[in-house]
Design a protein around this ligand. Sequence first.
Ligand SMILES: Cc1ncc(COP(=O)(O)O)c(C=O)c1O
Length: 390
Amino acid sequence: MTQIKTDIAELEHQYVMGTFKRLPITLVEGRGVTVRDTEGREYIDMVAGIAVNALGHAHPAVAQALAEQATRLVHTSNLYYSEPQVALASKLVELSFPSRVFFANSGAEANEAAIKLARKWGKVRRDGAFEIITTDGSFHGRTLATVTAGGKDAYAAPFAPLPPGFVHVPYGDLAAVKSATTRDTVAVMLEPIMGEIGVITPPDGYLEGVRAWCDELDLLLILDEVQTGIGRTGRWFAHQHHGILPDVMTLAKALGGGVPIGACLAAPRADVFEPGDHGSTFGGNPLACAAGLAVLRTIEEQGLVGHAAEMGDLLHASLLELSAVKLVRGRGLMQACILKEPVARDFQSRCLVEGVIVNAVDGETVRLVPPLIITADEIERAVAAMKRAE
Ligand SMILES: Cc1ncc(COP(=O)(O)O)c(C=O)c1O
């Protein structure tokens, strides 16, 4: 008799391409900040699908919006007008800055739209300028253009030749942006806080300085708020801490509360796409937009942006109590602990055993981006579990 394979890791190896290093759990359901695995073990989810599940798991507002929309119309096409798409776009604009929206399906696609927009803008407004200044260590997605824009060689080098037109400078260094600017420069593209590399916050005055430089040299400022946006840092969008506005902003992750959606917002100055310039079959589809609208309305109605700021301060202070921690950095509910020893991956595994999900981004850095609905009691329980895992 042939042996029946029941081990999901083996089945995955057989049927799914090996692009991800997975932790040894299989999650099957969740509610609020708690998720449960196939063995019935519960975990406090301090990662939230990497800053995606802003309202936690199985939030009734998202579930209801999806159910209602699914019984009316899941998908049409961008060949026709769409009420949910217009409703979500107008809500995003109301919450951010005067702009119009292009909908995509992910962060990488939102950034692709921003890159194409900048190149078109360069053609029509800046005499063919095309180069985009980005930063070392940044992460903008996994498409060919976005790995090239990103500042991690390992993600881009295997796929050379890479598209031209990206220049990298150290993050936080305004002088480097200035000296990298040439007559070919069309835009500066930045994360307001670098997420994937371990929650690197910008030095005081940096974003303001880059904004002023873009104004002076007639460049576009593209802010990638895929991870920082939608309330995560204690403001709707992280640039709002700095009193500046981008010309182009990209969003994804939390926007759909777990349903794939991305968005690229452009201020009138940058809004140069014309019919046929860009598109997407699924981008802004009714189901994803209904979820997005439910997420934004719930965050607004429940005051979750202010709550994220408050809970972020509590999380930051609580993490400082861990004896293995050397430093805590971040803003709102986007925090990272830097450990005294390079044991982040072991720590992540021990945290799982203690019932809390954390994210080791490298040998010594642990990222925490929990749902915005997390309570003080849940933070206390999560940090207590992390203490047991030290
Ligand atoms: C800042 C930033 N930009 C872009 C992306 C890519 O988003 P996606 O994985 O949805 O393509 C990410 C994902 O982690 C991100 O953190």
